[in-house]
Design a protein around this ligand. Sequence first.
Ligand SMILES: N[C@H](CCC[C@H](N)C(=O)O)C(=O)O
Length: 289
Amino acid sequence: MNVVAAQRFSKMHGAGNHFVVVDLRGGFEPAPEWIRAVADPCTGVGFDQLLGIEAARTPGAVAGFRIWNTDGSPARQCGNGARCVASWLRREGLQIGRDFVLDSPSGPLRVEVLDDGRFAVEMGRPDFAPTAIPFTAEAEAPQYRRRLFDEVLSFGAVSMGNPHAVVEVADAAATPVATLATRLQGSGDFPDGVNVGFAQVLAPDRIRLRVYERGVGETRACGSGACAAVAVLVRRGRVGREVAVELPGGVLGVRWPQDDAPVTLSGPTAFVFDGSFAAAFAAAAAPAR
Ligand SMILES: N[C@H](CCC[C@H](N)C(=O)O)C(=O)O
């Protein structure tokens, strides 16, 4: 049987951040070339991340998932994706109640079902230690400064299971996001690369955010980026512990009750369509495991 031709998928989005969800439980292993082909919005489907559903890995979890970026690289954390995986599993008929655990590449995540297709995910504790990110700074600080070409960029850095830098800006809409983010990504300061957020504080409980992701580019929404932005801004005393994050694709809720507590991310999920890949996609796919 041609595993890839038979491979079904769902196109979903969470606050405008779009995903292709595939079920890996039958043994299908996506190859990087195949992932890049599916990511192309003209000749493939188009996504910010490919999400692969797997069996649970830890006791107590109902299922697991893996994450890939459009360039075929694996990612360790995806907040919007975790909500879409939860929604996908519920639609599949998995009896999961209102509160359950999913195994993500960066560890188990607790998920809560809210109303109207919304889900909340516990994204773990922000880790500001440079070695955890990883980031080459010698000591941890709320803000770092780096000269990049002709200007000095100030930013905070944190791991939400994946690496994030957060730059506070006066006007997110007017910020040259791609230029600044690719300079920071190319600086060599983040050995595993970095997702770069540009946050404009509107009020202590509301920010505007644009995120340029590692392995993807600018996205309409980034869940872990929203958590990272709030964590960095809380640490600098710029916002409170419960913040609405306005992204180009929608609004996400971020709550970080106290320093030693996990950050909770809430927001919408939506199904766009279901499909199955044509046989032509098989050419670039790896054999089944
Ligand atoms: N969009 C995702 C994050 C993807 C991060 C990925 N680009 C990486 O390499 O870490 C989210 O909603 O959290």
